[in-house]
Ligand binder design. Structure first.
Ligand code: FAD
Ligand code: COM
Length: 518
């Protein structure tokens, strides 16, 4: 199908994408190429996810001519299809359900005590709903960003300047590899059984309502985010973690608060666990998980196992066809201008390894475009703010208190709740989405900490458990990187009540010549 002169509304795109996902061969390649443009392509982006789409859009905006090729019938990649968007839907549900369960039978809340709610209904809702964002991505890319693309067609690299897709050979002066990553496999007998899922398979193939017990393997972001959602649906959730769960949270107390609240909701976390086997039933469906732990052998009856053991970059094709250099984890090695070891070939997004996050995918794509268009650029992700979800949203930037004390001799901490013997009975912080907790379950109203170097008065770390602070952290991080002091922070105008109390706490202390903690 050739689209260049045709116009599709968002609803028409949605219908086309649904059809193509259900019957990819019948719909065939979706070509949007400007036959009237005789310029050669400046770059072919293999993969139209966040990295490829933003890279191509940036190049187009600069006056270049990019072409995107994607095997899926939509642009935007894994984020709207099986990663960030479902994760946020599930995390939203986890927060709602924790609130409902905390106030079960009180106020206007239904009594969910002892009740399990459907996981499959939420997954089905997502599968229907995701076509909307897919359609918007295609509409925006074609009509607003003026991008050329071939969708629903896998790309095959021929050499550093040529790619085959949809039976055609496309050439460009640069190739940008933007193929993303996939869930690392579970290396254990029984990993292939029905009912054993990753973040991708749960949204594609969940065919049966999970039973009352779920085993989650892993202790990183995805394992915790999905584990907390499963727990909030009323199921028993056992998390089998090889090392420390939530190890990436920089501050020990913040991590502790997040883990305590998870355990309080009933999530069972087993550290030092090693999966021995998943045993199936006569129909080939998971029935039991066997693990070795530091306290002995564990057997758990379950028909649903979710594993999240990190991501493996899709670098095989580039290695086989181009001999591109990869690191020990299979990530393509790039320099600061996103150039691979092969001249004219660039790589971006999850394919170049950690951090595998949207900000890096989009920025690395844009920087590769600038590099190809002749700008002398340098990009290396550093000092980024970070977040994850438990039943809460946890955001952080800079140093945790332990690292701050190791590096600075005069560390000052401003935090809520304060260090008092009954600190968890203090209904602070209290803000958006935590007001009911603050009034009736104060220990659930969140946690926050601002870390300062008392000598320079600069903010060197910020940490938050609650809701709605992630947005502030993306801007706060830019200020912190520019050397934000307690005095400058206290001089900002707060929108009270706000999820983070950093501005008003800073103002309460900024009058001190010699700063003290609070
Ligand atoms: P992708 O979006 O995966 O795009 C790769 C594209 O390449 C795909 O469209 C694919 O079809 C295409 N492709 C691959 N091979 C070929 C081929 N041979 N021919 C043609 N096309 C091909 N990050 C955040 O910042 N916030 C979040 O909340 C968040 N949540 C996440 C939740 C989960 C469960 C996971 C797994 C990840 C999450 N991430 C999140 C990370 C984020 O999703 C990724 O960093 C981002 O999507 C990577 O973009 P990308 O363009 O590199 O890869
Ligand atoms: C967002 C996808 S879900 S993209 O980054 O806008 O392409």
């Amino acid at each position: 199908m050739t689209l260049r002169r045709g116009f599709l509304t968002i609803s028409q795109w949605a219908e086309k994408i649904e059809n193509a996902l259900a019957h990819p061969q019948d719909v065939g390649p979706i070509r949007n190429i400007d036959a009237g443009d005789e310029r050669p392509f400046d770059a072919i982006f293999i993969g139209g996810g966040a990295a490829g789409r933003f890279g191509a859009a940036y190049m187009r905006a600069m006056g270049g001519r990019p072409l995107i090729i994607d095997r899926w019938p939509f642009l935007g990649g894994s984020c709207p299809h099986n990663a960030c968007v479902p994760h946020h839907l599930f995390s939203d549900c986890a927060a709602e359900l924790m609130l409902t369960r905390s106030f079960a039978g009180e106020l206007w809340f239904p009594d969910l005590r002892g009740k399990i709610v459907s996981i499959k209904e939420v997954v089905d809702l997502f599968r229907k709903g995701r076509t909307g964002p897919h359609a918007v991505m295609n509409y925006q890319s074609k009509e607003q960003l003026d991008l050329e693309f071939v969708l629903n067609a896998p790309a095959h690299i021929l050499d550093a300047g040529a790619v085959e897709a949809a039976g055609e050979i496309f050439r460009a002066r640069a190739l940008v590899l933007a193929c993303g990553a996939a869930a690392a496999p579970l290396d254990a007998p029984g990993a292939h059984l029905l009912g054993v899922h990753t973040y991708a398979s749960i949204v594609e193939t969940l065919d049966k309502e999970p039973g009352p017990t779920i085993v989650v393997i892993g202790g990183g972001k995805t394992a915790v985010e999905y584990g907390c959602f499963f727990n909030a649906t009323g199921r028993r959730v056992v998390m089998l973690v090889r090392n420390r769960p939530l190890d990436m949270i920089a501050d020990g107390e913040t991590r502790g608060y997040a883990l305590d609240r998870m355990r309080e909701q009933g999530v069972e976390i087993v550290e030092g666990a090693h999966i021995v086997e998943i045993i199936g039933d006569a129909e080939g469906r998971a029935a039991r998980v066997i693990a070795e732990t530091s306290t002995g052998r564990l057997e758990i009856e379950t028909d649903f196992v979710f594993h999240a053991l990190g991501e493996r970059p899709h670098s095989d094709m580039a290695v086989e066809t181009l001999g591109v250099e990869v690191d020990a984890k299979g990530a393509i090695v790039v320099d600061d201008a996103l150039r691979t070891s092969i001249p004219g070939v660039y790589a971006v997004g999850d394919l170049i390894g950690a951090p595998m996050e949207m900000f890096k995918a989009r920025k690395s794509g844009a920087f590769a475009a600038r590099s190809i268009m002749g700008e002398a650029v340098k990009y290396r992700a550093a000092d980024w703010p970070d977040f994850l979800h438990t039943h809460y949203e946890v955001s952080w930037l800079g140093l945790g208190e332990e690292a701050a004390r190791a590096r600075y001799s005069n560390v000052v901490v401003l935090k809520l709740p304060p260090d008092t013997p009954d600190g968890l009975n203090v209904g602070l912080p209290a803000g958006d989405r935590t007001m009911l907790y603050a009034m009736a379950r104060p220990h659930m109203s969140g946690f926050q900490k601002l870390i300062l170097d008392g000598d320079t008065r600069r903010v060197i770390g910020a940490h938050h458990v609650g809701y709605g602070a992630k947005d502030a952290f993306q801007y706060l991080n830019a200020l912190v990187k520019r050397g934000l002091t307690i005095d400058e922070l206290g001089d900002l105008d707060e929108l009270f009540l706000n999820p983070t109390y950093f501005i008003q706490l800073a103002r309460l202390r900024a009058g001190q010549r010699k700063l003290t903690s609070m």
